[in-house]
Design a protein. Structure first.
Length: 256
């Protein structure tokens, strides 16, 4: 009887050990599956597609990048909403429409109404553009240093709000200045007042001009930006209306 009991106890312990081993393997398998799924998702946000940035993109390339950008923003970006606090960023139809044009065309101008979220979209777009690709310099121009700080703060807030695993999988943020975000992949976002000359660097990938009609020197700003487009840089101009006859409306919007 003692021998039988001993054998039963031994069998139970072996079964328990086997169950523990299988449970551990299941956990490892689940963890590996989660890692793989995250890696596939991360790569889907940043398609490595070659194209000439000086020309409009083919529709299939633009669509791939557009879908990737929308997915990245809505999966990772949060915004501050008065009365609600921190909420997930959800693209409106108007934002999707302008985002499509930003991706497809090298030169863009968007007339915006206040509080429609184009500046926030631009900040998220800059983050997506630099976080997922190496050696891209993005310049954001604003009418004053105060506005430049506020605009970059939107990109920084979006970065801080991303899930931990996304920040850890992507390039490390190297600096903590009010006017720049430099990543370990050699890409950077620099936010400057309009008095600066962005054309000083010949490797600028994208220039975004916020509230162009309200810059103290809108024509000079364009004179400094235009050479960038000749060497492959892209330009996005944003502004609310400021009457008629100003440089932004006369020369930029109407193409004169």
């Amino acid at each position: 009887m003692t021998v039988v009991t001993h054998k039963v106890d031994l069998a139970q312990r072996q079964a328990q050990r086997l169950a523990a081993v299988n449970g551990h393997k299941a956990k490892v398998s689940e963890a590996n599956r989660e890692i793989l799924e995250r890696e596939v998702l991360f790569r889907s946000w940043f398609p490595q597609i070659e194209y000439d940035p000086r020309k409009p993109l083919a529709d299939d390339i633009a669509r791939t990048l557009f879908d990737a950008c929308c997915s990245f923003l809505e999966s990772n970006m949060f915004i501050k909403v008065p009365g609600k606090g921190r909420v997930p960023f959800r693209l409106r139809d108007a934002q999707k429409d302008v985002l499509w044009h930003w991706i497809k065309y090298p030169r863009n101008v968007a007339l915006k109404a206040r509080q429609i979220g184009f500046s926030t979209l631009a900040a998220g777009f800059c983050l997506w553009t630099t976080f997922g690709w190496s050696d891209r310099q993005v310049i954001m121009l604003s009418k004053s240093e105060r506005e430049a700080v506020k605009l970059l703060a939107k990109s920084r807030y979006a970065y801080r709000g991303m899930p931990d695993w996304v920040r850890e999988r992507g390039p490390k943020l190297l600096d903590k200045t009010k006017l720049s975000m430099t990543f370990a992949n050699e890409s950077m976002i620099e936010s400057l007042p309009s008095a600066n000359d962005p054309a000083r660097g010949e490797s600028v990938f994208l220039v975004i001009v916020d509230e162009w009609a309200f810059l103290p020197n809108p024509d000079e700003a364009w004179a400094s930006i235009e050479p960038i487009t000749d060497i492959g840089g892209r330009v996005i101009g944003l502004s609310t209306a400021r009457g008629e006859g100003n440089f932004f409306l006369r020369d930029i919007v109407t193409g004169k």
